[in-house]
Design a protein around this ligand. Structure first.
Ligand code: CAA
Ligand code: FAD
Length: 380
């Protein structure tokens, strides 16, 4: 067993860390406060090749592995979780299914634009009445000659409004539950496709979350990903990898919170000594660091399995579950280490705590991760 990262993976980590420090962190608090997405940051990620990390060079990627990808999401999220999820949704949720299920033309047309960062991607599964129970969606796609006509709405869509390419799931057979779902690539600007409410959120506030509305939206049949009825399988296998992207986001948030807490505990003096010299504080830091190492091992392991063509769905659900819960515990404790100052916007730990919460909710709540893991353990 070899736990050592390769030179390429270490170099990528350093590159993303430097980029995040220089170009992402300085505006993180301000973007959070103003709920402002910055396309310029995404464009800079594109210049560095981050928008196409795992895709072959022939499709505009840099041909690295999934471990490199989770390292990038981790390093971005360490300073700005919104930027981390922008990249995670773009790569795991929109680009991955096109790379995996797309025909050559779809890959050339859509994946290349996503990989080079010319286009930003999004994934639209959830609906007002269909969150955890994704198969109960009501958006429909009715065949009409060589096109499909989409009607319905999607909610909570990350990168909504700012993305250029959307992977949209809709029922081509309304009577069949999950077997009636199909997947469509829909471009921003398509007639009948508009954006509704933008959510006002607790955390990841510089990542836009928006409603999508389809009113007689005509999509050519060439934009169907896979065959009719393949949509639910595409959605689920996409989430298998996507969940590990969220684990990486949670890991980065947790590491950022620990970094801040360690720095503060060494500097802040009470009773004539740094607060870190109290066992009550140093034990907290020790527990936080141990949780982080465990989360990192699970996350890198799931990515390694995927890179090596081995099953990774269970490990990915586990990494998301563990890292999300750990990030919540760790960020709450980081605020505690900062005392009253941690409760203010003068320090970043309150933002980390608000950002951590979402990692227990999206890409399947952590109850759903337990359901997925439990079903795998007990299936006949
Ligand atoms: N891989 C391949 N196939 C899968 C699968 C997987 N991981 N999971 C399920 N399937 C298949 C099953 O084998 C079954 O196929 P057959 O009919 O051929 O046997 C079919 O799908 C239906 O499976 P289930 O009966 O298990 O389906 P279900 O309706 O009980 O739901 C669920 C299962 C796991 C709860 C699923 O609905 C789910 O994942 N819900 C959570 C939704 C979710 O995660 N949404 C995330 C939205 S994206 C997001 O949030 C973005 C962001 O963070 C940025
Ligand atoms: P519900 O499904 O109504 O669940 C409510 C509660 O009941 C939860 O605690 C849940 O765990 C629990 N519960 C439900 N069923 C069970 C069960 N069987 N067993 C035990 N407990 C259960 N979706 C997309 O498609 N694309 C996106 O890009 C996207 N981005 C998002 C960004 C944000 C900021 C948010 C908040 C959500 C996003 N989502 C996205 C949607 C997200 O995936 C859903 O919110 C999530 O899957 C939960 O669905 P729900 O909110 O409808 O909760």
């Amino acid at each position: 067993m070899n736990f050592q990262l390769s030179d390429e993976q270490e170099m990528l980590r350093k590159m993303v860390r430097d980029f995040a420090k220089k170009d992402v962190e300085p505006t993180a608090a301000e973007r959070d406060e103003e709920e402002r997405f910055d396309r310029g940051i995404f464009n800079k990620m594109a210049e560095l090749g981050l928008t196409g990390i795992p895709w072959p060079e022939e499709y505009g990627g840099i041909g690295a592995d999934y471990v490199s990808y989770v390292i990038a999401v981790e390093e971005l999220s360490r300073l700005c979780a919104s930027t981390g999820v922008t990249l995670s949704a773009h790569i795991s949720l929109c680009s991955w299914p096109i790379f995996t299920y797309g025909n050559e033309e779809q890959k050339k047309n859509f994946l290349t634009r996503l990989a080079t960062g010319e286009a930003l991607g999004a994934y639209a599964l959830s609906e007002p009445g269909a969150g955890s129970d994704a198969a109960s969606m009501r958006t429909v796609a009715k065949k009409d000659g060589d096109d499909y006509i989409l009607n319905g709405s999607k909610v909570w869509i990350t990168n909504g409004g700012v993305a250029d390419i959307y992977l949209v799931f809709a029922k081509t057979d309304v009577d069949a539950k999950h077997k009636g779902v199909s997947a469509f690539i829909v471009e921003k600007g398509t007639e009948g496709f508009t954006f509704g409410k933008k959510e006002k959120k607790l955390g990841i506030r510089s990542s836009p979350t928006t409603e999508l509305i389809f009113e007689n939206c005509r999509v050519p049949k060439e934009n169907m990903l896979g065959a009719e009825g393949d949509g639910f399988k595409i959605a689920m296998t996409t989430l298998d990898g996507g969940r590990n992207g969220i684990a990486a986001q949670a890991l980065g948030i947790a590491q950022g919170a620990l970094d801040a807490a360690v720095g503060y505990a060494k500097e802040r003096e009470q009773f004539g000594k740094p607060i870190a010299h109290n066992q009550g504080i140093s034990f907290k830091l020790a527990d936080m660091a141990t949780d982080i190492e465990a989360a990192r091992l699970l996350t890198y392991q799931a990515a390694w399995l995927e890179s090596n063509g081995l099953p990774y769905g269970k490990q990915s659900a586990m990494s998301k579950l563990f890292a999300g819960d750990a990030a919540m515990r760790i960020t709450v404790e980081a605020v505690q280490v900062f005392g009253g100052y941690g409760y203010t916007k003068d320090y970043p730990v309150e933002r980390y705590m608000r950002d951590a919460k979402i990692t227990q909710i999206y890409e399947g709540t952590n109850e759903i991760q337990r359901l997925v893991i439990g079903r795998m353990l007990t299936k006949p």
